[in-house]
Design a binder for this molecule. Sequence first.
Ligand SMILES: [Zn+2]
Length: 322
Amino acid sequence: MSVNGDPLHSVESGKRGRNGRACRERVRYRGWVLALVAILALGALLVGMPAVQPVQARVSSTTSMVPPPVYSPPPPVEGDAPMDPPLHAQIIEYRVQPGDTLSEIAEDFGTDASPLAVINEMDNWNRLQPGDTVKVLTMSGLLHKVAPGETAEEVARKHGVDKVDLLAVNGLRENQTLQVGEELIVPGARPQREAVLAARGELYRWPLRGRLTSPFGYRWGGFHSGIDIAASPGTPVGATRPGRVRFAGWRGAYGNLVIVDHGEGITSYYAHLSSIAVSVGQTVDQGTTVGRVGSTGRSTGPHLHFEIRVNGDPRNPMDYLP
Ligand SMILES: [Zn+2]
């Protein structure tokens, strides 16, 4: 009887139940096979143990009662430093190269031109010269010089930012006394509109376009308290910056005069007007027509006499105009 060690083959070959001997043999044979399989299985289990163990160890660690520590590796910082706020903020001294504009410099450092202009206390950001040094804050925000007695809380409130960010970016502790005159980075602070206009050189604008015929200062033994701008009679005269009309009428040598109050002690004068377009108390925007060019008062021809005064003292308008 050929058994040839293949029970499936023997079953399929139709030998099942041919006679009692064959059946007995098959039963004995099946017993041996089962024993062999059991031994092989046990052997395999013993041999396989070391390989199986790590799996069991991993399983047991994840199912233990103590949760594993959470660890997330730090993300890569290349290229996204400006987006990763407080802790990466720096102040860099940048030397202006030929052809640079403030907008381009700001863009290169991932920030905006307006706060940079304010931080650098610029008079006119269009007058940036190669070789100038620009202080660049590499994040959105401003710098704040600490006043006597000022706290971090007050600085944060003044700029409308989160105190926690302010402390973190400057490496300050809660309730730490600030050094007077110290420059703090104020993350996320936005500059005020007036400050931006001033830094851009747009706080004041020319009241009209015309030829400058007489500068500010001493001339012919007298003092000229403003500048003269020649223009055709009737040319509209615009307010140099927003404010409120303080005077509108006739005043001696000035002829028809408009005085606009811009706050903080600053006023502007528009003289020799042929006509006046505003009244006292009226609010004007930058560029609002206050009157028209004339030759009233002590005047030798149609022109605008324009003054800027600080607390009543005439200043050179050329220092204010863009
Ligand atoms: Zn004049």
